[in-house]
Design a protein around this ligand. Structure first.
Ligand code: HEC
Length: 225
C-alpha cells in the first residue's frame, strides 16, 4: 500500500495524507488534510528531480565563480580610473620644450623672437633672464601695459597662466626659454615656482613698473625663505 495516497471508499473513514490522522467525524468524510489531526513525521525519500535540480545549481555556482570570481584576487576590484592614469602620468618628467611650444610659443613663437609690435621677444630679454622670480610672477599672474624689451616698445596683455599650469610645467617652460636661442640663465625649479606662488597669493596681472619695484619674494613678510 502506498501510504501517501488518500483512500476513500463508501462506508470507510477516509485517511489523511502523511499517514494516519483520522477524521473523528465518521459521518462527515473528508478528503485530504482537515486540520483535525496532526501530520506525522514520515520518511518519504527525496524525489529524484530535487537531486537533479540541486546538482544543476551546484554546477552553475561553480561555473559562475570560475568565470567571474577573479581567482578571489584583490586586484579584481581595481577598476582603471581616469584619475589614476593622470596621477601616474604626473610622475613622468614634464618636458620644457613641449610646454613652451604648446603654451608660450603661441604668442612668443617657438623661436622666442615674438612678433614685432604685438608679442615681445624672449631672446636676450632682461625680464626673463635677470632674476628667477620676475618671470615666474609674469607667468603666474600675467602682465599688461607699456613695456620695453631690448629697445622695442610693446603695449599688450599677457593672460595669467597660474591656474592653467602646474608649478612643474611653469618651471620647465621657463627653464627651456632661459637656456635656448643663446639665452644662458639659471634653471628655474618647481620649488622656486611654488615659493613665488605662495608668497604672492591671488592677484591681478602685473604692470611692468610694479614688477620692477616689487621686492624679491624672500624679502616679503610671511614668505618661507
Ligand atoms: C596669449 C599670448 C601669450 C602667451 C600664451 C604667453 N605670453 Fe608672455 N607675454 C605676452 C605679451 C602680450 C607680453 C607683453 C605684455 C605687455 O605688453 O605688457 C608678454 C610678456 C612676457 C614676458 C616679459 C617680456 C619679455 O618679452 O620678456 C615674459 C618673460 C613672458 N611673457 C614669458 C612667457 C612665458 C614663459 C609664457 C609661457 C608659459 C608666456 N609668456 C605665454 C603674451 C603671451
Amino acid at each position: 500500500m502506498i501510504r501517501s495516497r488518500v483512500r476513500h471508499s463508501p462506508g470507510r473513514t477516509p485517511r489523511k495524507e502523511w499517514g494516519g490522522g483520522r477524521c473523528k467525524d465518521a459521518a462527515h468524510p473528508h478528503i485530504g488534510f482537515t486540520g483535525q489531526g496532526e501530520p506525522e513525521e514520515g520518511n518519504t525519500p527525496t524525489p529524484g528531480w530535487l537531486w537533479a535540480f540541486s546538482a544543476i545549481l551546484v554546477v552553475a555556482m561553480v561555473y559562475y565563480l570560475v568565470r567571474f570570481g577573479g581567482s578571489f584576487s584583490v586586484a579584481a576590484h581595481e577598476v582603471e580610473q581616469p584619475g589614476l592614469a593622470a596621477a601616474q602620468r604626473s610622475t613622468v618628467p614634464v618636458k620644457g620644450d613641449e610646454v613652451f611650444s604648446a603654451v608660450c610659443g603661441a604668442c612668443h613663437q617657438r623661436h622666442g623672437r615674438g612678433i614685432p609690435g604685438t608679442y615681445p621677444p624672449l631672446v636676450a630679454s632682461p625680464w626673463l633672464l635677470r632674476d628667477t622670480y620676475s618671470p615666474i610672477r609674469i607667468v603666474l599672474a600675467g602682465l599688461y601695459g607699456r613695456i620695453e624689451v631690448n629697445g622695442a616698445m610693446f603695449n599688450n596683455r599677457m593672460p595669467p597662466l597660474g591656474d592653467k599650469l602646474s608649478d612643474e610645467e611653469i618651471a620647465a617652460a621657463l627653464s627651456h626659454a632661459r637656456s635656448s636661442w643663446g639665452n644662458r640663465a639659471l634653471r628655474i625649479t618647481r620649488s622656486d615656482v611654488k615659493s613665488v606662488r605662495e608668497s604672492s597669493p591671488l592677484r591681478g596681472p602685473w604692470t611692468p613698473p610694479e614688477l620692477e619695484m616689487a621686492p624679491p619674494p624672500s624679502m616679503r613678510p610671511g614668505n618661507v625663505p
